[in-house]
Ligand binder design. Structure first.
Ligand SMILES: [Zn+2]
Length: 248
């Protein structure tokens, strides 16, 4: 029986049988995988609260039939800063949830791992404007998975849209479309949001809280990425603002 080790984020947790958890874990090298933590819900469990969602944990496991069996788990980081703020914890949980939805079991995605880690470090450091950090996470995650929305040039003809104020956005075309290419069926995107998304894309997660983003631009940004993500990934990914984590 070969023991394996991995450093992982806990991105999903469900009760199993009387006293176990089945946890979905996401590691840089190991990718996403599910494991069973026997007896983890018992008060006297050796696992304690180590499998709280978002925790960074070092696990030792071995191959079971279907699921990995987790034999040891040591807490590395439980994000006290994030847990001190409802807004920050909700944002962090939604980021973990979208990773769980988009990645297949066994899929390795190192850039998504690094992005999640940067995002949680940023939220742990400061809980202000957690939703700007969350918006930046979605934009960069889509980019890492091969879907970078075109924001500077028309996605149809390639002409710069820098001189146009409000332009239109087409998930099918893959980004903004200029007035010449627009069929008016695309939805509008304000010049302000377009610039915010360009800045968000270029700024590391550690710095996005300092960007100037209005509440309207945030709402518009979530809505745009929601439609973009739904078109390209074929599923609803981004919950409405303030809807918390009931979709976990
Ligand atoms: Zn065009």
């Amino acid at each position: 029986m070969a023991l394996e080790k991995a450093t992982v984020f806990v991105i999903r947790k469900v009760n199993f049988k009387d006293s176990d958890y089945v946890v979905t874990l996401f590691g840089r090298e190991s990718g996403k995988f599910a494991g069973i933590a026997k007896g983890a819900r018992k008060l006297e469990s050796k696992f304690g609260g180590v499998f709280d969602l978002l925790n960074l944990v070092r696990v030792v496991f071995y191959q079971g039939s279907g699921l990995e069996f987790i034999s040891e788990a040591e807490l590395i980081e439980n994000w006290e800063g994030i847990r001190s703020s409802g807004e920050a914890i909700d944002a962090g949980l939604r980021c973990a949830r979208i990773i769980n939805k988009l990645l297949e079991e066994g899929q390795r995605e190192m850039r998504a791992y690094d992005l999640l880690k940067e995002t949680l470090l940023s939220l742990d450091e400061s809980q202000v404007r957690a939703r700007v950090v969350e918006l930046g996470f979605y934009l960069k995650l889509f980019r890492n998975l091969g879907y970078r929305p075109k924001l500077r040039e028309c996605a149809s003809c390639g002409r710069s849209v820098e001189d146009e104020g409000s332009v239109r956005f087409s998930p099918e075309a893959g980004g903004v479309v200029c007035s010449g290419c627009s069929t008016k069926k695309e939805f509008p995107v304000s010049g302000g949001l377009r610039k915010v998304l360009i800045k968000l894309s270029a700024t590391p997660q550690a710095g996005v809280q300092r960007l100037k983003v209005t509440e309207n631009q945030l709402q518009e940004g979530f809505s745009l990425l929601d439609r973009f993500g739904e078109f390209h990934f074929g599923q609803k990914l981004i919950p409405r603002a303030g809807s918390g984590t009931e979709l976990m």
